[in-house]
Design a protein around this ligand. Structure first.
Ligand SMILES: Cc1cc2nc3c(=O)[nH]c(=O)nc-3n(C[C@H](O)[C@H](O)[C@H](O)COP(=O)(O)OP(=O)(O)OC[C@H]3O[C@@H](n4cnc5c(N)ncnc54)[C@H](O)[C@@H]3O)c2cc1C
Length: 330
């Protein structure tokens, strides 16, 4: 009983303090905010607090406070690679968005803030006659999320063009990283599932005719429209398509399809009939529906091929840990 009173008093004090720390004119604070409104899968219960900071200064004081008070926190962009739990998140979600979307182009060097939309960044660079980001033109999400995931398509990753970046540690100190220190490898970086908050990145692109870049982007978008489901909520490819997997049994979509799992459904979570590496939310899917479907796919594929699929998508536990969706220990 006393524990319960103590917890709610602590929570009320934290909410009051955060509201005070984030100047509401430039930032936004929401309490008990449904996380399904902040991810492309449209799944997830409430976060105690969700903050959309308006300035680096706000992020600094907020992170310092959360660290001192030992409050769990999580940085997100557009939530296009995340599965939130139906129970939500007991802590503070920091959403890096529109207030951090400035892009500066100087010759072949592009400096972009972490909240910039990947799609808009690709288009802006294309219009400026800079090539190297065409492969991200159809990827939802922010530059920060893309860097953390080393996301990309056509066997490329954003890390290929990163020169350096700036990130903040959990105590509010900013650090610079040259490309070699970022640990970029296939769909991973040192920033993934870590406490770092990426603030901005400097990219090096190469000059090419805007018309040629535009044509290449249209072709990429056309192919994606044909291949990928677009109507219902999803989080893109659920399983990683590693080189080793490609070489031994083929890409995950093909393997899942050959295992006869297209259209398999648990609750409202369904293996897309259009592309089997996508799980779509038919309306009211819960996090457990998706997790059970992921387990089923992995078991069946393992039984047929002897290969263990690994997830690209991440699960956020109620305590704030970010783990691979196939991680059995959450
Ligand atoms: C329809 C669809 C198609 C997709 N296609 C592709 C594709 O072709 N290739 C591909 O790679 N991905 C694809 N994705 C997945 C996703 O869009 C990318 O991983 C994207 O880069 C994630 O960006 P985000 O801002 O949404 O990050 P989130 O999903 O919000 O976060 C992803 C991870 O990055 C971390 N993160 C986010 N922002 C920051 C920050 N500022 N600092 C530190 N860490 C941060 C989060 O903590 C989390 O661990 C697709 C998704 C969808 C829905």
């Amino acid at each position: 009983m006393f524990d319960l009173v103590d917890t709610s008093l602590r929570m009320a004090a934290m909410k009051h303090k955060i509201r005070h720390l984030v100047d509401m004119n430039v930032g936004r604070v929401c309490f008990d905010e449904p996380l399904k409104n902040h991810c492309t899968w449209k799944i997830g219960g409430p976060a105690d607090v969700l903050v959309e900071p308006g300035s680096v200064e706000q992020i600094t004081v907020l992170r310092r406070y959360l660290h001192e008070q030992k409050v769990a926190s999580l940085t997100i962009g557009q939530g296009s690679n995340l599965l939130f739990d139906d129970a939500g998140f007991r802590g503070v979600v920091v959403k890096v968005g529109r207030s951090f979307s400035a892009v500066d182009i100087d010759g072949e060097t592009v400096t972009t803030e972490a909240g910039a939309s990947a799609v808009r960044l690709a288009r802006q660079c294309g219009l400026a006659g800079l090539s190297g980001l065409e492969h991200i033109v159809g990827i939802p999400g922010t530059l920060g999320g893309l860097v953390a995931m080393n996301g990309g398509s056509l066997r490329q990753g954003i890390g290929d063009v990163v020169v350096s970046l700036e990130a903040m540690d959990k105590e509010g100190q900013c650090h610079s990283f040259m490309r070699d220190a970022c640990g970029f490898a296939y769909r991973t970086s040192i920033f993934q599932d870590s406490d770092w908050l990426i603030l901005r990145a400097t990219l090096r692109l190469r000059k090419e005719s805007p018309n040629t870049i535009h044509a290449r982007m249209l072709e990429i978008l056309r192919e994606r429209r044909e291949k990928f489901p677009r109507r219902l909520p999803n989080c893109g490819s659920v399983f990683l398509s590693t080189e080793q997997m490609h070489a031994t049994i083929g890409p995950p979509g093909k393997v899942i399809e050959e295992t006869g799992l297209k259209g398999t459904r648990i609750g409202d979570a369904e293996v897309s009939t259009q592309h089997a590496n996508f799980i779509i939310n038919r309306g009211n899917a819960g996090s457990e529906d998706v997790c059970r479907l992921v387990r089923l796919i992995r078991e069946k594929v393992y039984a047929r091929t002897g290969f263990r699929l690994q997830c690209e998508a991440r699960k956020v536990t109620p305590a704030g840990n970010v783990v691979r969706l196939d991680c059995e220990s959450y």
